[in-house]
Write a protein that binds this ligand. Structure first.
Ligand SMILES: NC(=O)c1ccc[n+]([C@@H]2O[C@H](COP(=O)([O-])OP(=O)(O)OC[C@H]3O[C@@H](n4cnc5c(N)ncnc54)[C@H](O)[C@@H]3O)[C@@H](O)[C@H]2O)c1
Length: 420
């Protein structure tokens, strides 16, 4: 690059292409850009040294560049070995952000990149932005002295938050941590609406499958599962749901889905999609019973939901038919189509809607403000920043109405326990 050499990406020469991608993303992330403009001169994040581990896409680049514009120093790595947009990583590196990431990293590369972000001479992070908890765990285990000095962790995923709670319960979490995942502006939008749009895109791009009349089973009817079910139902698929939680199972019933055990439908379904955040939801025994030509993929956590490791046995042949598409072939000739080796389908094989990520990224930005300035955070504020995009006009409470409901006219409009 023209500037620093403190980065490792696939090809720095792609930086101009990456810059154009980031500029396209900026157009649909107006709320983040307006936050950037509003606070740029004050540099509210001066002194923040942020080490980040997220998907490296044009949308996260807008977040990273906003953090930098507000005064933060950033070093960044990828939370998923397949999801990095190489050209975007190049564009970020060219502007001086230390990025260590490329699409198609090996497991060893993945940990090396994380280590290079944390372990560098003359720079020590004081903030962590994590998606999945791998970075946090690495710092906690390998660099306990650095960990102790961290001022705050912002964690985005269900799984990462779960790992933080485990640390906290064991009395080992000595650092304040913010749970972005449970903020309503993340959960409803990133998990539900984002997955509702990107599940179809991921499946189409990889397999060209037609959805009408296909039998699909969605494992888990949480936010991600609800989004996937809605999209597939709308295109005429016959959708089954598996659940462990009676409340979510009942919601699925009310929404018109048959709730089944995976074993009841395993021989007949065309597509299995896991969305549970759990592990071994689809086992080798079940994969053995799937029919020829069926598709199996994951929209939930990491690569643990489908027991992919169990498919690496000598009697099964793996055939790479397209990028991120493997045919696993049984001795009798039966093929199961495995997408992205069981990693997140939408993030590995398609792009995700920029606007939704703008909402999550703006939420993350506000979390940083909180750590540094204790600003009063409203998820409603993040939402309202995005309403202008739709020329949506909010109704204002009259004084009389506000008094009647016992609310401040400027919100919050719901009690803390309200579930959106
Ligand atoms: N692909 C994406 O873009 C994307 C976006 C957001 C979140 N996620 C990930 O998706 C996962 C789910 O997120 P969520 O917000 O829907 O969580 P959630 O907790 O709302 O939903 C998960 C559901 O799975 C159910 N479940 C757990 N184990 C199960 C099992 N063995 N069989 C059937 N159901 C089971 C739970 O009862 C729960 O209802 C998380 O790992 C999250 O990090 C992915």
């Amino acid at each position: 690059s023209k500037g620093s050499s403190d980065f490792c990406v696939k090809n720095i020469k792609q930086n101009e292409f990456g810059r154009r991608e980031i500029e396209i993303a900026e157009q649909d992330m107006s709320a983040l850009i307006s936050l950037r403009k509003r606070a740029q001169s004050e540099k509210p994040l001066a002194g923040a040294k942020i080490v980040g581990c997220t998907h490296i896409t044009a949308q996260t680049a807008v977040l990273i560049e906003t953090l930098v514009a507000l005064g933060a120093q950033c070093r960044w790595t990828a939370c998923n070995i397949y999801s990095t947009q190489n050209e975007v990583a190049a564009a970020l590196s060219e502007t001086g952000v230390a990025v260590f990431a490329w699409k198609g990293e090996s497991e060893d590369d993945f940990w090396w990149c994380i280590d290079r972000c944390v372990n560098t001479e003359g720079w020590q992070p004081n903030m962590i932005l994590d998606d999945g908890g791998d970075l946090t765990h690495w710092v906690y285990k390998k660099y306990p002295n650095v960990f102790k000095k961290i001022r705050g962790i912002v964690e985005e995923s269900v799984t990462g938050v779960h790992r933080l709670y485990q640390l906290s319960k064991a009395g080992k979490l000595c650092v304040p941590a913010m749970n972005v995942n449970d903020s309503v502006t993340k959960q409803k939008f990133d998990n539900l609406y984002c997955c509702r749009e990107s599940i179809l895109d991921g499946l189409k791009r990889t397999t060209d499958v037609m959805f009408g009349g296909k039998q699909v089973v969605i494992c888990g009817y949480g936010e991600v599962g609800k989004g996937c079910c809605a999209a597939l139902k709308a295109l005429g698929a016959i959708v089954y749901v598996t659940e462990i939680d009676p409340i979510c199972a009942l919601q699925a019933c009310m929404d018109g889905f048959r709730v089944v055990k995976l074993n009841e439908v395993i021989r007949q379904v065309d597509i299995i999609i896991t969305c549970t955040g759990n592990k071994n939801v689809v086992t080798r025994d079940q994969l053995d019973r799937m029919k020829n030509g069926s598709i199996v993929c994951n929209m939930g956590h990491s690569n643990t939901e489908i027991d992919v490791a169990s498919l690496r046995t000598p009697e099964l042949t793996w055939e790479r038919v397209r990028s991120q598409v493997d045919h696993v072939i049984w001795p009798d000739g039966k093929r199961v189509i495995l997408l992205a080796e069981g990693r997140l389908l939408n993030l590995s094989c398609s792009t995700v809607p920029t606007f939704v990520l703008s909402i999550t990224a703006t939420t993350q930005m506000k979390e940083y403000d909180l750590f540094f300035f204790n600003f009063f955070l409203f998820a409603a504020y993040v939402a309202s920043l995005h309403l202008t995009t739709f020329d949506a006009h909010l109704t204002e409470l009259t004084d009389d109405q506000a008094k009647y409901l016992g609310l401040n006219k400027n919100g919050p409009f719901k009690p803390n326990y309200y579930r959106y």
